[in-house]
Design a protein around this ligand. Structure first.
Ligand SMILES: Cc1cc2nc3c(=O)[nH]c(=O)nc-3n(C[C@H](O)[C@H](O)[C@H](O)COP(=O)(O)O)c2cc1C
Length: 204
């Protein structure tokens, strides 16, 4: 794993929450030589994404400011970890806004964003306050299908229990899962769809 560079995107709207506890716990077990970069999305706020894909040439300008920071960090990483709490069964707004901007970065001339995303591994970390973790399926599906869109690898989602800050520290099974979470050898993301005809075209 020595050539790996993990980007941790903290996507909660509060600091030191349960998702962050889980992500930091899992990261502590990465081998020493693996680089880690941590960015808190609320410290790097992005504007709402605007869809101009079908106007004029359909290109986006070089991103500036926080968008530049996030795009460059994404491209520099071998592994992108989206650490988002479960908000209404899915990813948080900061996580979603960041991912929406991928659709613009894919259309910045000369960047090759889409091709470069293919070589990465995507991971998720989430804190769930419901005892039934299957409630996180929309979040898991969003991350897995997005990795699949790029033809990238998907390492899965680390699930932990937590409602109030600090709860994750008492979630022994979650912390145990965190210990080995990044040790896997993720495969290219694939989905076997029951009805492939309805899902052939994706215009991300
Ligand atoms: C806007 C919002 C929506 C939430 N939606 C869900 C939900 O759908 N399912 C759930 O189990 N918990 C839900 N929660 C609870 C959070 O997932 C839980 O408090 C979690 O620990 C927050 O993560 P954090 O500590 O990393 O910020 C929600 C919390 C907020 C603030």
């Amino acid at each position: 794993m020595s050539a790996r560079r993990f980007l941790f995107l903290l996507a909660s709207t509060r600091e030191n929450g349960n998702t962050e506890v889980m992500a930091r716990h899992a990261a502590a077990y990465l081998p020493v030589g693996v680089e880690q970069q941590w960015l808190r999305l609320i410290d790097h706020p992005l504007p709402d994404f605007t869809d101009v894909r079908h106007e004029g040439a359909g290109v986006y300008p070089e991103p500036e400011g926080h968008a530049r920071t996030l795009m460059d960090a994404t491209l520099a990483a071998t592994d992108v970890v989206i650490a988002s709490p479960l908000y209404w069964y899915s990813i948080s707004t900061p996580a979603k806004r960041y991912m929406d901007h991928w659709s613009g970065w894919m259309r910045v001339p000369g960047v090759g964003f889409k091709d470069r995303m293919r070589s990465k591994t995507f991971w998720g970390v989430t804190a769930v306050s419901h005892e039934d973790f299957s409630r996180a399926e929309p979040l898991i599906g969003t991350l897995r299908l997005s990795a699949e869109y790029f033809g990238a690898r998907f390492g899965g989602v680390l699930l932990g229990y937590g409602n109030r800050p600090g709860d994750a520290l008492d979630d022994a099974p979650g912390l145990e899962r965190a210990r080995t979470f990044f040790a896997g050898e993720p495969a290219i993301a694939t989905t076997r769809l029951a009805s492939p005809k309805r899902t052939q075209v994706i215009h991300a």
